[in-house]
Design a protein around this ligand. Structure first.
Ligand code: GAP
Length: 558
C-alpha cells in the first residue's frame, strides 16, 4: 500500500507533469517558498476563487467586495500590531552561518502539571538509549512519513518504558527565552502542530530550556549543536525576525521610504471600513470580502505550497453588533466548514478545531480552524475568529478617524465587533488536489485493465469541464468535433484533442480531472450521435451532437 509520502510525491509529480503547479523560476534553480500555477492550476485556482466569491459575495445581500493595494501606508502595520508582533524567533550558526527558526532547534518540554526538575535525570538508561537511537534515525529519515512512523514507535516505547516522560514530550513549543517558553507553552497547540511538520534534521538536535524564574516544571538543557554543521556552542541566542517583506517606495532607500508587502488582506478591509460604509447603503450586520496576494517571509516554507512565502487569501470581515458576535461567529464557523464539504472534501478528512481559551490571541474572543488531513498531516485550511472591536479601535486610535457605527433606529453608536473567516486559496487548491487524487483501473483499447490516475474534482472546480475528440482525423470527424467544442467553450472551459489513440486521450483528461469526454466517431455521420464518457464511472452513452451542451450543463449544474 502506498505510504502517505508516496502519495504526496505522486501528487507533486502529477501537478508538475500536467501543468498544475511549477516551482517558481525553475530554470534558475527555483526559489524556496514560491510557486507558479500552470494552465490547469490557474483554472483550478480561478474556479475556487469564483466559487467563493459567488457564494460569499454575489449570492448575499449584505456582503460587498473590495480590492486593496498590496503596499499600504506603513502606519497600517504599526496600528495592526504587525510591526511589533509578526515575528518568528531565529538563531544563527556563528560557524557555518546557517539560520534556523529557534523552535526548530530548541524544543521545550511542557507538562500541564508540575514536573520535578530532576525528571530528565531520572529517565532510565534504557529510555535514553532508545531516545538516542530514535534521534539518529530521525536525522537520517528523509521523508515526513518515516518521521511520523519513528515518532509513533518512539511514543509507544516511551509509554511502555516511562509513563512520566510522555507528557513532557507530547507538547512542544517555540521560545526564545525561558520566560517566553513558559508563556508559549501555555498557548501552544498550533505551534506544536507546526513542530510536527518540521524538516526532520532540525527536530531533534535537542532540547534547550533554561529554568524560568520561579518556574517549577522546566529545567536547563545544553545549547544544541548546529543542526547544519554540527559544531557545538555555535548557535546564537534567538532573536526576533519580522516576517513582513520590506520594500522602498520612491527613489530614496532610507527608513522614511520603507514600506511592507501586506502579510494579510484583512488590514486593507479595516482601513477601508469607513469608506465602504459611507459609500454603500449597508447596515450592520454586513461584511466586506477580499481575495488577494499576501506575503510572509516564512523561515521554513514547507509541505509543497502549504506554507509559501507568496500566497493568496480569501478573507471576509463581518461587522456586527457586539451582542450578536457569538451568534455570527457560530454561523460563519459552520458555514465555512460546510463550504469545503460541499466542494468535495470528505467530512472524515475535515476537522473543525476550536482553539482552547489559552491559545487565543489576546484580542480574540473565539477562534476555530478548519483543518484538512493532508498526506503530510492535519493542517489548517481556514481560520474563523471573533476579533472583537480590536482592529477598528486600533485603527481609530492610530489614524484619529471615527470608526463607530450609528444605528439610526436604536440611536446607538458603537464600534462593531468583527467575525473573520480567513482562508488560503493555495491551501484550498492543495486540499482539493489531494482529495481528488485517486488511482484505479481502466481497460485499454484491447480491454486489458490498466492502472489509471484520475482527479475526481467537484465539477465546479474541475479546470476543464469537457474535452471533445474526433475518433480519427478524417471523414469529417474533426470538423464535427470542432463545432461541438466551439459551442461548449462559449459557456465553460472546454478542450479539443485529436492526437493519439482515443484511450490515451481519455487517460490524459482523467489526469486533468475533466468530468466528461465527448467523442465523434463513425456512427456520428449515420445517426448524428456522439459518445459522452463519464470520468468517474467510465460509462459511455450516446447523445445527439446538438444535445451535448445541454447534457453537460445539466449534469455539472453549470
Ligand atoms: N487575517 C487573518 C490571517 O491572516 P492566518 O491564519 O495567518 O490569519 C489565514 O492566515 C489563512 O491564510 C490560513 O488559514 C491559510 O489558509 C492562509 N495562509 C497563511 N499563511 C500561509 C502561508 N505561508 N502559505 C499559504 N497559505 C497561508
Amino acid at each position: 500500500m502506498a505510504t502517505e509520502q508516496d502519495l504526496m510525491e505522486k501528487i507533486v509529480s502529477l501537478a508538475k507533469r500536467r501543468g498544475f503547479i511549477f516551482p517558481s523560476s525553475e530554470i534558475y534553480g527555483g526559489i524556496n517558498g514560491f510557486w507558479d500555477y500552470g494552465p490547469l492550476g490557474v483554472e483550478l485556482k480561478r474556479n475556487i476563487k469564483d466559487a467563493w466569491w459567488h457564494d460569499v459575495v454575489r449570492s448575499r445581500d449584505n456582503i460587498v467586495g473590495l480590492d486593496c493595494s498590496i503596499i499600504m501606508n506603513p502606519k497600517v502595520w504599526e496600528a495592526s500590531g504587525h510591526v511589533v508582533n509578526f515575528n518568528d524567533p531565529l538563531v544563527d550558526c556563528k560557524q557555518c552561518k546557517a539560520r534556523f527558526r529557534a523552535d526548530h532547534v530548541y524544543l521545550v518540554g511542557y507538562s500541564p502539571t508540575p514536573v520535578p526538575p530532576s525528571l530528565f535525570e531520572e529517565v532510565p538508561a534504557e529510555n535514553r538509549r532508545l531516545k538516542r537511537e530514535m534521534e539518529a534515525e530521525l536525522v537520517k529519515a528523509i521523508s515526513q512519513a518515516d518521521k511520523i512512523r519513528i515518532e509513533r514507535e518512539f511514543d509507544e516505547l516511551m509509554t511502555v518504558n516511562d509513563q512520566r516522560l510522555r507528557p513532557v514530550l507530547q507538547k512542544t513549543v517555540s521560545a526564545t527565552t525561558p520566560q517566553e517558553a513558559v508563556a508559549a507553552a501555555r498557548l501552544t497547540n498550533r505551534q506544536a502542530k507546526q513542530i510536527g511538520n518540521l524538516p526532520v534534521s532540525y527536530v531533534f538536535p535537542l532540547t534547550v530550556l533554561k529554568r524560568p524564574e520561579g518556574g517549577v516544571w522546566s529545567r536547563a538543557f545544553p545549547r544544541p549543536d548546529c543542526p547544519a554543521c554540527g559544531v557545538p556552542e555555535a548557535l546564537t541566542d534567538a532573536r526576533k525576525f519580522n516576517m513582513m517583506f520590506k520594500t522602498f517606495v520612491g527613489a530614496m532607500e532610507d527608513s522614511s521610504a520603507q514600506a511592507y508587502l501586506r502579510p494579510e488582506t484583512a488590514q486593507g478591509i479595516f482601513a477601508n471600513y469607513a469608506n465602504v460604509l459611507d459609500t454603500s447603503r449597508l447596515k450592520i450586520p454586513f461584511g466586506i470580502a477580499q481575495i488577494g496576494k499576501a506575503f510572509r517571509n516564512e523561515i521554513n516554507p514547507r509541505n509543497y505550497t502549504f506554507r509559501s512565502r507568496e500566497f493568496e487569501q480569501m478573507e471576509i470581515e463581518f461587522f456586527c453588533h457586539p451582542s450578536e458576535a457569538d451568534k455570527w461567529y457560530a454561523y460563519w464557523r459552520d458555514a465555512r466548514f460546510k463550504w469545503y464539504v460541499d466542494h468535495g472534501l470528505k467530512s472524515d478528512k475535515l476537522h473543525l478545531r476550536d482553539h482552547e481559551k489559552d491559545e487565543l490571541a489576546h484580542y480574540a474572543r473565539a477562534c476555530a480552524d478548519v483543518e484538512y488531513a493532508f498526506p503530510f498531516g492535519l493542517a489548517e485550511l481556514e481560520g474563523i475568529a471573533n476579533r472583537t472591536d480590536f482592529d477598528l479601535k486600533a485603527h481609530a486610535d492610530a489614524s484619529g478617524r471615527d470608526m463607530t457605527y450609528f444605528d439610526d433606529q436604536t440611536k446607538e453608536r458603537y464600534v462593531p465587533y468583527v467575525i473573520e473567516p480567513s482562508g488560503g486559496v493555495d491551501r484550498a487548491a492543495l486540499a482539493f488536489l489531494c482529495e481528488a487524487y485517486e488511482e484505479d483501473e481502466a481497460p485499454d483499447e484491447k480491454g486489458n485493465p490498466q492502472r489509471r490516475t484520475v482527479l475526481r474534482f467537484h465539477p465546479r472546480l474541475a479546470p476543464i469541464k469537457v474535452a471533445v475528440f474526433p475518433l480519427v482525423r478524417k471523414d469529417g470527424m474533426p470538423e464535427k468535433a470542432h463545432a461541438i467544442w466551439e459551442a461548449c467553450r462559449e459557456h465553460f472551459a472546454a478542450f479539443y484533442d485529436e492526437k493519439g489513440a482515443v484511450g490515451r486521450r481519455y487517460r490524459r483528461q482523467d489526469e486533468a480531472g475533466t468530468p466528461f469526454c465527448v467523442t465523434v466517431d463513425g456512427q456520428t455521420a449515420q445517426d448524428g450521435t456522439v459518445t459522452v464518457r463519464d470520468r468517474d464511472s467510465m460509462q459511455q452513452v450516446r447523445v445527439p451532437a446538438e444535445g451535448v451542451l445541454a447534457y453537460v450543463r445539466e449534469r455539472l449544474h453549470l
